[in-house]
Design a protein around this ligand. Structure first.
Ligand SMILES: Cc1ncc(COP(=O)(O)O)c(C=O)c1O
Length: 424
């Protein structure tokens, strides 16, 4: 079993609950903690991560955690690490483990990467590590409080919301209980949840724009996130991840105190420019220069055009349904990949994709989650989504929806969108 421990958006699972349920039933419990290497250094996250000093061993199952030291600790890119916790009964076969490791790594190790893992570990040694994590939680909460304060000041008028509980401590890092997802909360939209099973990591902040409710209803007016993130980029703020009506920022260790003020100021400026429908050439000169068709348009007007397009295609429903749609595995992913390696594939135009077997990974961004893996068959819902992406990209150049695996090419004199599929 592999579980993404901390989804990209910061939702955590109680590992002790999972161990109680699965110990002995599954040989290895693998937690993909790419985004969670900080958790073991602070009691705020107790039991909500795979492996920790004071945590009990499982009776039978081995526990693995893979962590991207470079994402939330101080490693260089590619400095990922594998943690292993043996069970009471099963010891790690180090030789087999090393063989598997060597299969997937370079024969030319990069010592500066390895050294950065050591440095990252040394930085997190007690008591420094706890203080660093505490500071990042504190910064994140200060930002969340500032956003709430601005919201209260605007009263009925619109303001960006930060996804998370409505109530949390007024100062300090408060209590982690504030961040546990409960069945009767309506902010998260996950419905019924087991008690104390999920928690939101407050350092991961999803900022929600007006236009789309948690249950997928579009409002009359809206502010798509792709415009806000481009606006912020022109103001020196680079966003980690962008959704349809939300974007994501993170508070990692070593963040400069109060740095979030720059973002807050830029968001206030955005609101002002939006409310006044300022022309694009004035407020986003670089973007307007690169995309002259928007030059004379107002910010509000452009937001509304994209919002109306999303609404017409009911894209929130479409993006949910495509992930829930019936995806038929027609062949093993390894066989489909081998077909690609041996060039037994063909470029299939979008209109002919339904029913075909993909030889590549198809990943729309947002949300950046693979939709089809090699060997799976295209169904109508997924093809409809790709048609939306095509139409959107044609209508709003500069805001292209990126779908990894969908390529725009000229084949036999015809410009179209294609996906590499297994030859029939
Ligand atoms: C959930 C998840 N797992 C694994 C990875 C890959 O990690 P790495 O960069 O350490 O190879 C990522 C990268 O973004 C990720 O989001």
């Amino acid at each position: 079993m592999t579980i993404t421990q901390s989804t990209y958006d910061g939702v955590l699972y109680n590992v002790e609950t999972l161990k109680t349920m699965l110990d002995g039933k599954i040989d290895t419990l693998h937690f993909d903690e790419a985004w969670l290497p900080h958790a073991t250094f602070h009691h705020f996250y107790r039991d909500m991560h795979a492996i920790g000093k004071d945590r009990p061993r499982a009776k039978e199952s081995m526990i693995f955690s893979t962590q991207s030291t470079h994402k939330l600790l101080a490693g260089l890119s590619q400095a990922s690490q594998v943690l292993v916790r043996e069970s009471e009964k099963v010891k790690l076969d180090q030789d087999a483990f090393n063989e598997a490791y060597l299969m997937h790594t370079s024969t030319s190790p990069q010592y500066s990467i390895i050294a950065s893992c050591d440095i990252a570990a040394a930085m997190m040694e007690a008591p420094g590590g706890q203080a660093l994590v505490e500071e990042s939680i504190l910064e994140a909460l200060d930002f969340r409080r500032a956003m709430k304060k601005v919201d209260a000041e605007w009263g009925q008028d619109w303001w960006f919301q930060v996804w998370g509980p409505d109530e949390f401590s007024d100062d300090g890092i408060g209590t982690r209980e504030d961040w546990v997802l409960r069945s009767d909360d309506n902010w998260h939209g996950f419905g019924k949840l087991a008690p104390n099973f999920n928690m939101l990591d407050p350092i991961k902040a999803t900022i929600v724009n007006p236009g789309l409710s948690v249950n997928g209803q579009f409002s009359e007016t809206g502010i798509p996130a792709s415009i806000v993130t481009k606006y912020l980029a022109e103001n020196g703020v680079i966003i980690e991840k962008c959704g349809l009506y939300s974007f994501f920022i993170m508070f990692t260790i070593g963040i400069t105190k109060g740095r979030w003020n720059t973002l807050l100021t830029a968001l206030q400026q955005f609101k002002d420019d939006y409310d006044k429908n300022q022309p694009m050439w004035r407020i986003m000169p670089e973007f307007a220069q690169a995309n002259p068709r928007y030059e004379r348009m107002g910010l509000k007007e452009l937001c509304q055009q994209i919002h109306d397009f999303y609404r017409t295609y009911d894209v929130a429903r479409l993006t949910t349904e495509m992930y829930l749609s019936d995806m038929q595995p027609a062949m093993k992913p390894s066989d489909a990949f081998a077909k690609m390696a041996h060039r037994e594939i063909e470029r299939v135009p979008l209109n002919e994709l339904e029913g075909r077997i993909t030889s590549i990974l198809l990943t729309p961004y947002p949300p950046g989650i693979p939709l089809l893996i090699p060997g799976e068959r295209f169904n109508k819902t997924i093809v409809d989504y790709l048609k939306f992406a095509r139409d959107f990209n044609e209508k709003f150049p500069g805001f292209e929806t990126d779908v990894h695996g969908l390529v725009k090419r000229e084949v036999d004199g015809r410009k179209d969108y294609f996906v590499d599929c297994v030859k029939q």
